[in-house]
Design a protein around this ligand. Sequence first.
Ligand code: B1M
Length: 206
Amino acid sequence: MANLQALADAVIKGNQTSAVSITKQALDEGIGPKKILEEGLIAGMGVVGVRFKANEIYIPEVLISARAMKMEILEPKLAAAGVNPIGKALIGTVQGDLHDIGKNLVIMMLKGAGFHVEDVGVDVAPDVFVQKIKASNAQIVGLSALLTTTMPAMDKTLQAIRQAGLNCKVMIGGAPVTQNYADKIGADGYAPDAASAVDVAKKFLN
Ligand code: B1M
C-alpha cells in the first residue's frame, strides 16, 4: 500500500526517484490525486517551507525538493478529476531586470502549496503584465525585482494594473524590496522570501 507520509518524506529529502515511484503506486492503487497532492506533495513542501524560513535549510535544498515534486505526473489526473488549484497566480520579474532565480523559487513554493502559477518571465513591461493578467484572470500577481534601479518598474507596473481596473492582489518581493517600499507604492503585500510568499498568497485568498 502506497504510504503518503513516505511521499512527503521523499519530497522533504529531495528524493525524486522515490517520490515518483510512490506517486505512481498510489495512483495505481486508486488513491485520489487530490489526496496524493495534499497528504504527500503539499505536506512535504510545507515542511520544506517552514525549514527554509527558519534557516534550517537553504536554497539548493528547496530547489531539489521542488524538483522531486514532479507535478507533471499528477497534474493531468487532477484536471481529469476536476480538482481545482487553490488559487491562480501570475508571477514575473519587472521591466529592465533579468534576475529570475528568486522568482522561480517563489513559483515553485506556490505550486508546492497548490496554486496554479503562470510564469511570465523576466524583463516584463507593465503593459505586458496587464495583458497577461487579463488573459489569465489571475487573482494574485507577483512582481520580483533584484536591482534598486528596477524597483521603480514595480511602481509603474502596479499603477498600470490599477489603471486597467484589474481585480487582483499584488505582492512584491526581491532582495532590495522592503515592506516600507510595498506600503509606499500601495502594493497589497510583500514577502521577504519564497516561503513567506505562500503565506501572503494564502492570506489574499481569505
Ligand atoms: Co546581478 N546583481 N546583476 N546578476 N546578481 C545582484 C542582485 C547584486 C546585489 C550584486 C552585487 O552587486 N552585490 C547587484 C544589484 C545591486 C543593486 O541594485 N542593489 C546586481 C547587479 C548590479 C547586476 C548587473 C547590473 C551587473 C552588471 O551587468 N553590471 C546585472 C543586471 C542585469 C539585469 O537584470 N538587467 C546583473 C546580472 C546578473 C546575472 C545575469 C549575471 C545573474 C542573474 C542570473 C539569473 O537570475 N538567472 C546575477 C546574479 C546571480 C546576482 C546575485 C549574485 C544573486 C541573485 C540571486 O539569484 N539570489 C546577486 C547578488 C546576491 O544577491 N548575492 C546579484 C538568490 C535568490 C534565491 O535570491 O532573488 O533575492 P533572491 O530571491 C529571494 C527573495 O528576495 C525573495 O524570495 C527569494 C527566495 O527566498 N523574492 C521574492 C524574490 N522575488 C520575490 C517575489 C515575491 C516574493 C519574494 O513576490 C512576488
